[in-house]
Ligand binder design. Structure first.
Ligand SMILES: Cc1cc2nc3c(=O)[nH]c(=O)nc-3n(C[C@H](O)[C@H](O)[C@H](O)COP(=O)(O)OP(=O)(O)OC[C@H]3O[C@@H](n4cnc5c(N)ncnc54)[C@H](O)[C@@H]3O)c2cc1C
Length: 449
Protein backbone atom coordinates (compact mmCIF):
# COMPACT_ATOMS: atom_id res chain seq x y z
CA UNK A 1 0.00 0.00 0.00
CA UNK A 2 1.46 3.39 -0.98
CA UNK A 3 1.26 5.96 1.78
CA UNK A 4 -2.24 7.45 1.69
CA UNK A 5 -3.04 11.11 2.25
CA UNK A 6 -5.64 10.27 4.86
CA UNK A 7 -6.40 7.29 7.09
CA UNK A 8 -9.96 6.83 8.36
CA UNK A 9 -10.66 4.62 11.37
CA UNK A 10 -14.14 3.06 11.13
CA UNK A 11 -16.54 2.41 8.26
CA UNK A 12 -19.83 3.62 9.77
CA UNK A 13 -21.73 6.60 8.30
CA UNK A 14 -19.16 9.14 9.51
CA UNK A 15 -16.17 7.22 8.18
CA UNK A 16 -17.78 6.49 4.82
CA UNK A 17 -18.82 10.12 4.45
CA UNK A 18 -15.47 11.69 5.19
CA UNK A 19 -13.58 9.20 3.05
CA UNK A 20 -15.93 9.49 0.03
CA UNK A 21 -15.75 13.28 0.03
CA UNK A 22 -11.96 13.19 0.28
CA UNK A 23 -11.68 10.68 -2.55
CA UNK A 24 -13.97 12.88 -4.67
CA UNK A 25 -11.27 15.54 -4.39
CA UNK A 26 -8.60 13.15 -5.64
CA UNK A 27 -7.05 12.34 -2.26
CA UNK A 28 -5.80 8.84 -1.49
CA UNK A 29 -7.78 7.44 1.42
CA UNK A 30 -7.42 4.16 3.29
CA UNK A 31 -10.25 3.21 5.64
CA UNK A 32 -9.97 0.46 8.25
CA UNK A 33 -13.11 -1.14 9.66
CA UNK A 34 -12.76 -3.79 12.34
CA UNK A 35 -16.00 -5.61 11.45
CA UNK A 36 -16.94 -7.45 8.30
CA UNK A 37 -20.09 -5.96 6.81
CA UNK A 38 -23.03 -6.39 6.96
CA UNK A 39 -22.94 -5.90 10.72
CA UNK A 40 -25.69 -4.88 13.10
CA UNK A 41 -25.96 -1.26 14.21
CA UNK A 42 -28.65 0.72 15.97
CA UNK A 43 -29.71 4.11 14.55
CA UNK A 44 -32.39 3.39 11.96
CA UNK A 45 -34.40 6.55 11.57
CA UNK A 46 -32.94 9.27 9.37
CA UNK A 47 -33.98 12.91 9.48
CA UNK A 48 -34.45 15.13 6.42
CA UNK A 49 -31.30 17.24 6.69
CA UNK A 50 -29.25 14.12 5.89
CA UNK A 51 -30.42 14.74 2.31
CA UNK A 52 -27.78 17.37 1.56
CA UNK A 53 -24.82 15.24 2.59
CA UNK A 54 -26.29 12.14 0.94
CA UNK A 55 -26.58 14.22 -2.23
CA UNK A 56 -22.88 15.13 -2.14
CA UNK A 57 -22.10 11.45 -1.59
CA UNK A 58 -24.11 10.48 -4.72
CA UNK A 59 -26.27 8.28 -2.51
CA UNK A 60 -29.71 9.71 -3.24
CA UNK A 61 -30.51 7.60 -6.26
CA UNK A 62 -29.38 4.45 -4.46
CA UNK A 63 -31.63 5.23 -1.53
CA UNK A 64 -34.54 6.15 -3.79
CA UNK A 65 -34.22 2.77 -5.47
CA UNK A 66 -33.85 0.89 -2.18
CA UNK A 67 -36.60 -0.91 -0.28
CA UNK A 68 -36.19 1.33 2.77
CA UNK A 69 -39.48 2.70 4.10
CA UNK A 70 -40.07 6.35 3.26
CA UNK A 71 -40.41 8.65 6.25
CA UNK A 72 -42.43 11.87 5.95
CA UNK A 73 -43.08 12.83 9.55
CA UNK A 74 -42.58 12.36 13.26
CA UNK A 75 -45.38 12.10 15.78
CA UNK A 76 -45.48 12.30 19.56
CA UNK A 77 -47.77 10.49 21.99
CA UNK A 78 -47.83 11.95 25.46
CA UNK A 79 -47.94 10.19 28.82
CA UNK A 80 -51.75 10.16 28.74
CA UNK A 81 -51.74 8.46 25.33
CA UNK A 82 -52.76 11.60 23.48
CA UNK A 83 -51.31 11.82 19.97
CA UNK A 84 -49.92 15.09 18.61
CA UNK A 85 -50.69 15.91 15.02
CA UNK A 86 -47.83 14.54 12.90
CA UNK A 87 -45.05 16.99 12.10
CA UNK A 88 -45.01 16.58 8.32
CA UNK A 89 -41.66 17.74 6.99
CA UNK A 90 -43.10 18.52 3.57
CA UNK A 91 -45.63 21.01 4.98
CA UNK A 92 -42.70 22.95 6.32
CA UNK A 93 -40.36 22.60 3.37
CA UNK A 94 -42.01 21.47 0.13
CA UNK A 95 -38.87 19.97 -1.34
CA UNK A 96 -37.66 16.46 -2.15
CA UNK A 97 -35.42 16.65 0.95
CA UNK A 98 -38.49 16.42 3.18
CA UNK A 99 -38.87 12.74 2.52
CA UNK A 100 -36.27 10.64 4.28
CA UNK A 101 -35.93 6.95 5.19
CA UNK A 102 -36.20 4.35 7.93
CA UNK A 103 -33.16 2.22 7.22
CA UNK A 104 -31.81 -1.11 8.37
CA UNK A 105 -28.31 -0.11 9.35
CA UNK A 106 -26.57 -3.34 8.34
CA UNK A 107 -27.73 -2.59 4.77
CA UNK A 108 -27.43 1.19 4.88
CA UNK A 109 -23.88 1.18 6.25
CA UNK A 110 -22.82 -1.40 3.68
CA UNK A 111 -24.29 0.75 0.89
CA UNK A 112 -22.36 3.77 2.14
CA UNK A 113 -19.13 1.80 2.38
CA UNK A 114 -19.57 0.30 -1.11
CA UNK A 115 -20.26 3.80 -2.39
CA UNK A 116 -17.00 4.97 -0.79
CA UNK A 117 -15.17 2.18 -2.63
CA UNK A 118 -16.82 3.23 -5.90
CA UNK A 119 -15.35 6.69 -5.31
CA UNK A 120 -11.87 5.23 -4.95
CA UNK A 121 -11.54 4.73 -1.19
CA UNK A 122 -9.43 1.75 -0.16
CA UNK A 123 -11.82 0.28 2.43
CA UNK A 124 -10.53 -2.70 4.42
CA UNK A 125 -12.99 -4.71 6.47
CA UNK A 126 -12.04 -6.98 9.32
CA UNK A 127 -9.01 -4.76 10.11
CA UNK A 128 -8.88 -3.29 13.57
CA UNK A 129 -6.83 -0.19 14.28
CA UNK A 130 -4.95 -0.96 17.49
CA UNK A 131 -3.65 2.54 18.11
CA UNK A 132 -2.90 5.92 16.61
CA UNK A 133 0.78 6.78 16.27
CA UNK A 134 1.73 10.17 17.70
CA UNK A 135 5.16 11.67 17.23
CA UNK A 136 7.17 14.65 18.41
CA UNK A 137 5.01 15.53 21.36
CA UNK A 138 6.07 16.12 24.91
CA UNK A 139 5.93 12.81 26.74
CA UNK A 140 2.53 13.31 28.26
CA UNK A 141 1.43 10.85 30.91
CA UNK A 142 -1.80 9.30 29.75
CA UNK A 143 -4.82 8.63 31.91
CA UNK A 144 -4.60 11.75 34.00
CA UNK A 145 -7.88 13.26 32.94
CA UNK A 146 -9.14 15.86 30.54
CA UNK A 147 -6.74 18.40 31.94
CA UNK A 148 -4.05 16.33 30.26
CA UNK A 149 -2.45 18.73 27.80
CA UNK A 150 -2.97 17.53 24.28
CA UNK A 151 0.71 16.97 24.08
CA UNK A 152 0.54 13.55 22.52
CA UNK A 153 2.19 15.12 19.50
CA UNK A 154 1.21 14.94 15.88
CA UNK A 155 -0.79 11.98 14.63
CA UNK A 156 1.22 10.40 11.84
CA UNK A 157 -0.54 7.12 11.24
CA UNK A 158 -2.08 4.04 12.79
CA UNK A 159 -0.89 0.74 14.14
CA UNK A 160 -2.64 -2.35 12.84
CA UNK A 161 -2.13 -5.86 14.17
CA UNK A 162 0.71 -6.65 11.81
CA UNK A 163 2.00 -3.30 10.50
CA UNK A 164 1.92 0.47 10.63
CA UNK A 165 0.37 2.74 8.03
CA UNK A 166 1.30 6.41 7.87
CA UNK A 167 -0.62 9.36 6.43
CA UNK A 168 -0.80 13.15 6.57
CA UNK A 169 -4.10 13.08 8.48
CA UNK A 170 -5.82 10.49 10.67
CA UNK A 171 -9.62 10.71 10.98
CA UNK A 172 -11.13 8.93 13.95
CA UNK A 173 -14.61 7.69 12.98
CA UNK A 174 -14.56 4.75 15.37
CA UNK A 175 -17.99 5.51 16.83
CA UNK A 176 -18.69 4.96 20.51
CA UNK A 177 -15.40 3.09 20.69
CA UNK A 178 -13.73 6.52 20.55
CA UNK A 179 -10.16 5.44 20.00
CA UNK A 180 -8.48 8.87 20.27
CA UNK A 181 -10.98 10.30 22.75
CA UNK A 182 -10.29 7.44 25.11
CA UNK A 183 -6.56 7.56 24.67
CA UNK A 184 -6.36 11.31 25.23
CA UNK A 185 -9.18 11.33 27.79
CA UNK A 186 -11.25 13.84 25.89
CA UNK A 187 -14.70 12.46 26.69
CA UNK A 188 -17.10 14.22 29.06
CA UNK A 189 -20.28 12.37 30.02
CA UNK A 190 -23.42 14.42 29.54
CA UNK A 191 -24.58 15.73 32.94
CA UNK A 192 -28.28 15.31 32.13
CA UNK A 193 -28.65 12.59 29.55
CA UNK A 194 -27.71 9.58 31.62
CA UNK A 195 -29.97 7.09 29.85
CA UNK A 196 -30.14 3.52 28.70
CA UNK A 197 -32.17 1.70 26.04
CA UNK A 198 -33.65 -1.76 25.43
CA UNK A 199 -35.15 -2.76 22.10
CA UNK A 200 -36.32 -5.54 19.84
CA UNK A 201 -37.91 -6.12 16.40
CA UNK A 202 -41.49 -7.15 15.67
CA UNK A 203 -43.10 -8.51 12.52
CA UNK A 204 -46.73 -7.69 11.83
CA UNK A 205 -47.01 -4.88 14.39
CA UNK A 206 -49.43 -2.01 13.76
CA UNK A 207 -48.58 0.24 10.83
CA UNK A 208 -50.28 3.39 9.68
CA UNK A 209 -50.99 3.68 5.99
CA UNK A 210 -50.19 6.11 3.20
CA UNK A 211 -47.73 8.83 4.02
CA UNK A 212 -48.00 7.97 7.72
CA UNK A 213 -46.70 4.42 7.26
CA UNK A 214 -43.09 5.42 7.78
CA UNK A 215 -43.61 7.95 10.59
CA UNK A 216 -41.34 7.68 13.59
CA UNK A 217 -43.44 7.67 16.74
CA UNK A 218 -42.13 8.86 20.09
CA UNK A 219 -44.41 7.54 22.84
CA UNK A 220 -43.90 8.76 26.37
CA UNK A 221 -44.29 6.27 29.20
CA UNK A 222 -47.15 7.15 31.58
CA UNK A 223 -44.85 8.01 34.49
CA UNK A 224 -42.82 10.22 32.08
CA UNK A 225 -39.65 8.42 33.14
CA UNK A 226 -38.98 7.35 29.60
CA UNK A 227 -40.25 6.95 26.06
CA UNK A 228 -40.54 4.38 23.30
CA UNK A 229 -39.36 4.67 19.72
CA UNK A 230 -41.55 3.02 17.11
CA UNK A 231 -39.79 2.81 13.73
CA UNK A 232 -41.51 0.97 10.86
CA UNK A 233 -39.04 -0.77 8.55
CA UNK A 234 -39.34 -2.78 5.36
CA UNK A 235 -40.38 -6.46 5.34
CA UNK A 236 -43.19 -5.58 7.76
CA UNK A 237 -40.75 -5.18 10.66
CA UNK A 238 -41.02 -2.50 13.35
CA UNK A 239 -38.13 -1.52 15.60
CA UNK A 240 -39.45 -0.82 19.10
CA UNK A 241 -37.24 0.45 21.89
CA UNK A 242 -37.61 1.95 25.33
CA UNK A 243 -35.30 4.66 26.63
CA UNK A 244 -35.17 5.64 30.29
CA UNK A 245 -32.89 6.96 33.00
CA UNK A 246 -30.08 4.48 33.54
CA UNK A 247 -30.88 4.03 37.24
CA UNK A 248 -34.55 3.47 36.55
CA UNK A 249 -34.12 1.07 33.66
CA UNK A 250 -31.24 -1.06 34.90
CA UNK A 251 -30.50 -0.59 38.59
CA UNK A 252 -32.05 -3.28 40.75
CA UNK A 253 -33.81 -4.83 37.75
CA UNK A 254 -31.00 -7.21 36.76
CA UNK A 255 -30.01 -7.87 33.19
CA UNK A 256 -33.23 -9.56 32.19
CA UNK A 257 -33.87 -7.19 29.28
CA UNK A 258 -36.95 -9.09 28.13
CA UNK A 259 -38.59 -8.68 31.53
CA UNK A 260 -37.76 -5.00 31.81
CA UNK A 261 -38.92 -4.29 28.25
CA UNK A 262 -42.21 -6.12 28.82
CA UNK A 263 -42.82 -4.30 32.10
CA UNK A 264 -42.43 -0.99 30.28
CA UNK A 265 -44.73 -2.13 27.47
CA UNK A 266 -47.35 -3.15 30.05
CA UNK A 267 -47.16 0.35 31.52
CA UNK A 268 -47.58 2.00 28.14
CA UNK A 269 -50.90 1.04 26.54
CA UNK A 270 -50.18 3.08 23.38
CA UNK A 271 -47.23 0.75 22.68
CA UNK A 272 -48.90 -2.42 23.94
CA UNK A 273 -51.85 -2.07 21.58
CA UNK A 274 -49.51 -1.52 18.63
CA UNK A 275 -47.42 -4.65 19.15
CA UNK A 276 -49.90 -7.15 20.58
CA UNK A 277 -50.51 -9.80 17.96
CA UNK A 278 -47.09 -9.15 16.39
CA UNK A 279 -44.29 -11.72 16.33
CA UNK A 280 -40.97 -10.78 17.88
CA UNK A 281 -38.24 -11.75 15.42
CA UNK A 282 -35.10 -11.14 17.49
CA UNK A 283 -34.02 -11.26 21.08
CA UNK A 284 -33.47 -8.11 23.13
CA UNK A 285 -30.75 -5.52 22.65
CA UNK A 286 -29.58 -3.05 25.27
CA UNK A 287 -27.12 -0.20 25.58
CA UNK A 288 -26.08 2.39 28.13
CA UNK A 289 -23.72 5.33 28.68
CA UNK A 290 -23.92 6.68 25.17
CA UNK A 291 -24.31 10.44 25.67
CA UNK A 292 -21.06 12.39 25.81
CA UNK A 293 -19.01 14.91 23.94
CA UNK A 294 -15.31 15.51 23.49
CA UNK A 295 -13.49 18.59 24.75
CA UNK A 296 -11.56 18.86 21.51
CA UNK A 297 -12.51 17.79 17.99
CA UNK A 298 -9.03 17.90 16.52
CA UNK A 299 -5.31 17.97 17.16
CA UNK A 300 -2.29 18.23 14.91
CA UNK A 301 -2.81 15.64 12.21
CA UNK A 302 -6.06 14.21 13.60
CA UNK A 303 -9.75 14.97 13.71
CA UNK A 304 -12.81 13.28 15.25
CA UNK A 305 -16.12 12.76 13.45
CA UNK A 306 -19.48 11.19 14.27
CA UNK A 307 -19.90 9.32 17.55
CA UNK A 308 -16.12 9.40 18.00
CA UNK A 309 -16.65 13.15 18.48
CA UNK A 310 -19.83 12.83 20.53
CA UNK A 311 -23.36 11.47 20.78
CA UNK A 312 -26.40 13.27 22.07
CA UNK A 313 -29.40 11.03 22.68
CA UNK A 314 -31.60 9.07 20.30
CA UNK A 315 -34.79 11.10 21.02
CA UNK A 316 -34.88 13.04 17.76
CA UNK A 317 -32.91 10.57 15.64
CA UNK A 318 -30.10 13.03 15.04
CA UNK A 319 -27.12 10.63 15.33
CA UNK A 320 -26.64 9.73 11.67
CA UNK A 321 -27.21 13.33 10.60
CA UNK A 322 -24.46 14.49 12.97
CA UNK A 323 -22.18 11.69 11.76
CA UNK A 324 -22.75 12.72 8.13
CA UNK A 325 -22.50 16.42 8.82
CA UNK A 326 -19.30 16.24 10.89
CA UNK A 327 -17.85 13.91 8.25
CA UNK A 328 -18.65 16.48 5.58
CA UNK A 329 -17.26 19.43 7.54
CA UNK A 330 -14.10 17.57 8.48
CA UNK A 331 -13.56 16.47 4.86
CA UNK A 332 -13.79 20.07 3.64
CA UNK A 333 -11.34 21.20 6.33
CA UNK A 334 -8.88 18.43 5.39
CA UNK A 335 -9.05 19.19 1.66
CA UNK A 336 -8.51 22.87 2.36
CA UNK A 337 -5.68 22.11 4.81
CA UNK A 338 -3.82 19.74 2.52
CA UNK A 339 -3.96 22.32 -0.27
CA UNK A 340 -2.36 24.87 2.06
CA UNK A 341 0.00 22.38 3.68
CA UNK A 342 -1.70 23.02 7.02
CA UNK A 343 -2.84 20.03 9.05
CA UNK A 344 -2.80 21.78 12.41
CA UNK A 345 -5.47 21.29 15.05
CA UNK A 346 -6.94 24.69 14.21
CA UNK A 347 -7.26 23.90 10.51
CA UNK A 348 -8.67 20.38 10.89
CA UNK A 349 -11.15 21.47 13.53
CA UNK A 350 -12.14 24.82 12.01
CA UNK A 351 -15.75 23.66 11.81
CA UNK A 352 -16.06 22.38 15.37
CA UNK A 353 -17.18 25.51 17.27
CA UNK A 354 -20.17 26.12 14.97
CA UNK A 355 -20.96 22.44 14.94
CA UNK A 356 -20.94 22.31 18.74
CA UNK A 357 -23.29 25.27 18.81
CA UNK A 358 -25.71 23.58 16.40
CA UNK A 359 -25.67 20.37 18.42
CA UNK A 360 -26.37 22.44 21.54
CA UNK A 361 -29.68 23.46 19.93
CA UNK A 362 -30.72 19.86 19.46
CA UNK A 363 -29.49 19.03 22.95
CA UNK A 364 -31.61 21.78 24.38
CA UNK A 365 -34.70 20.39 22.65
CA UNK A 366 -33.86 16.93 23.99
CA UNK A 367 -33.37 18.20 27.54
CA UNK A 368 -36.59 20.24 27.37
CA UNK A 369 -38.52 17.08 26.47
CA UNK A 370 -37.03 15.17 29.40
CA UNK A 371 -37.86 18.12 31.65
CA UNK A 372 -41.53 17.91 30.67
CA UNK A 373 -41.81 20.13 27.61
CA UNK A 374 -44.88 19.26 25.55
CA UNK A 375 -44.77 19.83 21.80
CA UNK A 376 -48.56 19.71 21.64
CA UNK A 377 -49.04 22.44 24.27
CA UNK A 378 -46.32 24.61 22.79
CA UNK A 379 -47.71 24.50 19.27
CA UNK A 380 -51.26 25.13 20.49
CA UNK A 381 -50.01 28.26 22.24
CA UNK A 382 -47.62 29.32 19.45
CA UNK A 383 -48.95 27.98 16.15
CA UNK A 384 -46.71 30.47 14.33
CA UNK A 385 -43.67 28.58 15.66
CA UNK A 386 -44.72 25.17 14.36
CA UNK A 387 -42.45 25.62 11.33
CA UNK A 388 -39.44 26.55 13.44
CA UNK A 389 -39.93 23.56 15.74
CA UNK A 390 -40.17 21.38 12.64
CA UNK A 391 -36.95 22.97 11.37
CA UNK A 392 -35.22 21.78 14.53
CA UNK A 393 -36.78 18.32 14.23
CA UNK A 394 -35.54 17.91 10.65
CA UNK A 395 -32.02 18.79 11.82
CA UNK A 396 -31.79 22.35 10.50
CA UNK A 397 -29.59 23.19 13.46
CA UNK A 398 -26.81 25.33 12.13
CA UNK A 399 -28.61 28.67 11.86
CA UNK A 400 -29.54 31.40 14.38
CA UNK A 401 -32.98 31.60 12.77
CA UNK A 402 -34.29 28.73 14.89
CA UNK A 403 -33.33 30.42 18.17
CA UNK A 404 -36.60 32.32 18.23
CA UNK A 405 -38.30 29.27 19.81
CA UNK A 406 -36.41 29.57 23.10
CA UNK A 407 -37.88 32.75 24.67
CA UNK A 408 -41.53 31.60 24.28
CA UNK A 409 -40.51 28.18 25.56
CA UNK A 410 -38.91 29.78 28.61
CA UNK A 411 -42.05 31.84 29.18
CA UNK A 412 -43.94 28.56 29.62
CA UNK A 413 -41.51 27.18 32.24
CA UNK A 414 -43.00 26.31 35.61
CA UNK A 415 -41.59 28.54 38.38
CA UNK A 416 -39.45 25.79 39.90
CA UNK A 417 -37.66 24.80 36.72
CA UNK A 418 -33.88 24.60 36.92
CA UNK A 419 -31.57 25.85 34.22
CA UNK A 420 -30.31 23.02 31.98
CA UNK A 421 -26.60 22.41 32.68
CA UNK A 422 -24.38 22.67 29.62
CA UNK A 423 -22.86 19.49 28.18
CA UNK A 424 -19.38 20.28 29.51
CA UNK A 425 -20.65 20.46 33.08
CA UNK A 426 -20.57 16.67 33.00
CA UNK A 427 -18.10 14.26 34.53
CA UNK A 428 -14.85 13.70 32.63
CA UNK A 429 -14.22 10.11 31.65
CA UNK A 430 -11.25 9.84 34.02
CA UNK A 431 -13.41 10.68 37.01
CA UNK A 432 -16.16 8.15 36.29
CA UNK A 433 -14.55 4.71 36.05
CA UNK A 434 -17.95 3.10 36.65
CA UNK A 435 -19.33 4.49 33.40
CA UNK A 436 -18.69 2.70 30.13
CA UNK A 437 -20.60 2.50 26.91
CA UNK A 438 -21.81 -1.07 26.46
CA UNK A 439 -23.94 -2.81 23.87
CA UNK A 440 -25.64 -6.13 24.59
CA UNK A 441 -26.63 -8.14 21.54
CA UNK A 442 -28.91 -11.17 21.52
CA UNK A 443 -27.54 -14.50 20.32
CA UNK A 444 -28.24 -15.62 16.73
CA UNK A 445 -28.66 -12.20 15.24
CA UNK A 446 -30.78 -12.21 12.08
CA UNK A 447 -29.01 -10.66 9.08
CA UNK A 448 -32.25 -8.88 8.17
CA UNK A 449 -31.81 -6.56 11.14
C1 LIG B 1 -30.25 3.55 21.46
C2 LIG B 1 -29.82 4.33 20.25
C3 LIG B 1 -30.72 4.62 19.24
C4 LIG B 1 -30.33 5.38 18.13
N1 LIG B 1 -31.25 5.70 17.17
C5 LIG B 1 -30.88 6.50 16.15
C6 LIG B 1 -31.82 6.86 15.13
O1 LIG B 1 -32.99 6.46 15.15
N2 LIG B 1 -31.39 7.67 14.13
C7 LIG B 1 -30.12 8.13 14.07
O2 LIG B 1 -29.79 8.88 13.16
N3 LIG B 1 -29.20 7.78 14.99
C8 LIG B 1 -29.55 6.97 16.01
N4 LIG B 1 -28.61 6.59 16.92
C9 LIG B 1 -27.23 7.08 16.76
C10 LIG B 1 -26.42 6.34 15.69
O3 LIG B 1 -26.41 4.98 15.99
C11 LIG B 1 -24.99 6.90 15.66
O4 LIG B 1 -24.99 8.26 15.90
C12 LIG B 1 -24.30 6.61 14.33
O5 LIG B 1 -24.20 5.24 14.08
C13 LIG B 1 -22.89 7.24 14.34
O6 LIG B 1 -22.18 6.87 13.18
P1 LIG B 1 -20.59 6.75 13.23
O7 LIG B 1 -20.14 6.44 11.86
O8 LIG B 1 -20.03 7.89 13.94
O9 LIG B 1 -20.31 5.50 14.18
P2 LIG B 1 -20.67 3.94 13.95
O10 LIG B 1 -21.87 3.82 13.10
O11 LIG B 1 -20.69 3.33 15.29
O12 LIG B 1 -19.41 3.42 13.14
C14 LIG B 1 -18.15 3.28 13.75
C15 LIG B 1 -17.44 2.10 13.09
O13 LIG B 1 -16.09 2.08 13.56
C16 LIG B 1 -15.71 0.74 13.71
N5 LIG B 1 -14.59 0.69 14.65
C17 LIG B 1 -14.62 0.96 15.98
N6 LIG B 1 -13.38 0.83 16.51
C18 LIG B 1 -12.56 0.50 15.48
C19 LIG B 1 -11.17 0.23 15.41
N7 LIG B 1 -10.38 0.29 16.49
N8 LIG B 1 -10.63 -0.08 14.20
C20 LIG B 1 -11.42 -0.14 13.09
N9 LIG B 1 -12.76 0.10 13.12
C21 LIG B 1 -13.31 0.41 14.30
C22 LIG B 1 -16.96 0.05 14.21
O14 LIG B 1 -16.94 -1.34 13.96
C23 LIG B 1 -18.06 0.78 13.43
O15 LIG B 1 -18.42 0.09 12.24
C24 LIG B 1 -28.99 5.82 18.03
C25 LIG B 1 -28.07 5.51 19.03
C26 LIG B 1 -28.47 4.79 20.14
C27 LIG B 1 -27.46 4.48 21.21
Amino acid sequence: MNQPDVIVIGGGPAGSTVSTLLAQQGLRVELFERETFPRFHIGESLIPETYWVLKRLNMLEKLQQSHFVKKYSVQFVNAQGRESAPFYFWDNKPHECSQTWQVVRSEFDQMLLENAREHGVGAHEGVRVMDVIFENGPSTPLGTGPSTPLGAGRAVGVRLKDREVRAKVVVDASGQNGLIANRLQLRVWDPVLNKGAIWSYFEGAYRDTGRDEGATMVLQTPDKQGWFWYIPQHDNIVSVGVVGPFDYLFKGRGKDFEKIFNEEVERTPAVKKRIEGATRVTGYFATKDYSYRTTKASGDGWVLVGDAWGFLDPLYSSGVLLALKSGELAADAIVDGLKKGDTSAAQLGQWAADFNHGVDRMRRLVCEYYAGFSFGQFIRKHPDLRGTVTDLLIGDLFTDRVDKVWPPMEAMYPGNKHKIPTWNAGVPIADAPEKANELFLPANLDRRI
